[in-house]
Design a protein around this ligand. Structure first.
Ligand code: AP5
Ligand code: MG
Length: 216
């Protein structure tokens, strides 16, 4: 399975990706997670990405495309991958076409999580993530067994720096102007499979499995 998962900030891409990667045994490639890891490690990439992410702006394509190209060239992507948060602009989508062409790979589907904008701010502002493994939670919708502690690895749960109400407004604007047009781009290639992202998390995953079909 060679997949992209799309949807506005807070749609549930990361949440569903955790199930998809387990089920299909494919690596979950989240550019947001890669940038946050680089920020944590204080690498040159992290220093560059930080200022954009904290404003809710996009990291320049010149930085992001190279990062994804390098990741997709690794052997664990040979039989499939799940891209989350990339591509996010038309130039990124065109660059991805070229990268995949050079690697002799083809996309199977673009899963689009459709969520009404009215729930997004609450989802984002209420999100908590593990400082250690990045697993996602929500203060009401998806609580850990023990408050403030990650179920997966026991790490502390924190709030992402870009999960403030002010930054979210900008992230939603950037999504509408730069990323949403990609849906049409992939619809023209007959790759888009849309799922309703409101409702029970497990049910949404079942619907994604049905859309993608079969066991992999
Ligand atoms: P990124 O990390 O990709 O963030 P995003 O796209 O804004 O998406 P989120 O991670 O906020 O949302 P999600 O859809 O994963 O939702 P989640 O599953 O966590 O990017 C961050 C930044 O990095 C960008 O702003 C940009 O600066 C930079 N960047 C990244 N990629 C880039 C690129 N390609 N080019 C340039 N810049 C780039 O769920 C959200 C919350 O809702 C959670 O708390 C969860 O528990 C809850 N939830 C999930 N599902 C449900 C449900 N069904 N019902 C109720 N609650 C739910
Ligand atoms: Mg995410």
């Amino acid at each position: 399975m060679k997949l992209i998962i799309m949807g506005p900030p807070g749609a549930g891409k990361g949440t569903q990706a955790a199930y998809i990667k387990e089920y299909y045994h494919i690596p979950h490639i989240s550019t947001g997670d890669m940038f946050r890891e680089a920020i944590k490690e204080e690498t040159d990439l992290g220093l560059e990405a930080k200022s954009y992410i904290e404003k809710g702006a996009l990291v320049p394509d010149s930085v992001t495309i190279g990062l994804v190209e390098e990741r997709l060239s690794k052997p664990d992507c040979k039989n499939g991958f799940l891209l989350d948060g990339f591509p996010r602009t038309i130039p990124q989508a065109k660059a991805l076409d070229e990268i995949l062409h050079n690697l002799k790979m083809k996309l199977d589907a673009v899963v689009n999580i459709a969520v009404d904008e009215s729930v997004l701010v609450d989802r984002i502002v209420g999100r908590r993530v593990c400082i250690n493994c990045g697993a996602g939670y929500h203060i009401r919708n998806q609580q850990p067994k023990q408050e403030g502690i990650c179920d997966v690895c026991g790490g502390s749960l924190i709030q992402r720096k870009d999960d403030t109400e002010e930054t979210v407004v900008n992230r939603l604007k950037v999504y509408a102007s730069q990323t949403k047009p990609l849906l049409e781009y992939y619809e023209n290639l007959h790759l888009v499979k849309s799922v309703n992202g409101i409702g029970d998390i497990q049910e949404i995953f079942k619907n994604i499995q049905m859309l993608l079909g079969g066991n992999e």
